[in-house]
Each structure stands twice: as structure tokens, then as C-alpha cells.
Design a protein around this ligand. Sequence first.
Ligand code: CMP
Length: 143
Amino acid sequence: MERTFIMIKPDGVQRGLIGEVIARFERKGFTLVGMKLMAVSRELAEKHYDVHKDKPFFGGLVEFITSSPVVAMVWEGENVVASGRTLIGATNPISSAPGTIRGDFGITIGRNLIHGSDAVETAQREIALWFTEPELASWTPAN
Ligand code: CMP
């Protein structure tokens, strides 16, 4: 079954949106298989955002992600990578539709509340970066 990596960023945690995000993924029908509230090391943040290392916002992004705890999660379900991105909304909250997490709660791209893997291969890389195998539970909801 497909899995994706979802992170509620420091702004999402500070604004009290942990429950809101989890509720939206649960209501959609996805299964939570891993979750932890954690402080992010500079090393982990730099590895996670490695693809952006040459961008002008990289330094600020790493500073921000390491500034205060995040909630790292792994969700499982059919097409959860693409569907999760739809629930989250476009990267820039200017373009994210109402009804999406960023569309409903975000204003600026540098404080867009949440991260979701952009492809199945990226999800595999990110899950391995943030979680160890014993931290992930395999289970099937009864209904
Ligand atoms: P995320 O989905 O976590 O992936 C990369 C992040 O970089 C993105 O969300 C934004 O938070 C951030 N980002 C992208 N473009 C900019 C920008 N122009 N200025 C600041 N942050 C950016």
C-alpha cells in the first residue's frame, strides 16, 4: 500500500492545527502509520530539503524548520501521495484553493504550514530519512 510523508511545520504546530490536519487525513480515509512531535536537527533539515540547497530561500527554510518542533507523520492509502497533496493545496497559499489546508489557513509561501511528499519515490526517501522501521505500524482499519 502506498505511503507518504507529511510534516506539520513549526507554524502549523504553533497555530494549533495538529488536530485539524490529522482530522482531514482521517476523514478522507487514510491510515496513520507513524507520528512523532520532534525538534529537527540542522542535519536532518538540510537533508530533507537537499533539492532546494541552491535556492535563495534555503537558509531561511532550514532556520525555520529547526526553530521549533514539527509533527512528522506517515500516512497510508490508495494514491495517498497525490491525494495528500490535493488535501494540502498548492505550495504558495496565494494559489491554494479554499477547502485545502493551505487554502484555508495559510497566507505566505514561507509559512505554508505543512509539507507533503511530491512523488512516490520522494515519499520513500523522506520516510526513510525521518522514521526507522520499528516506528511504523502496519495495521488495517476494521471498517
Ligand atoms: P514544502 O512543500 O515544504 O517544500 C519546500 C518549501 O520551501 C516549501 O514548502 C515552502 O515552504 C518553501 N519555499 C518555497 N519557495 C519559497 C520562497 N520563494 N520563499 C520562501 N520559502 C519558500
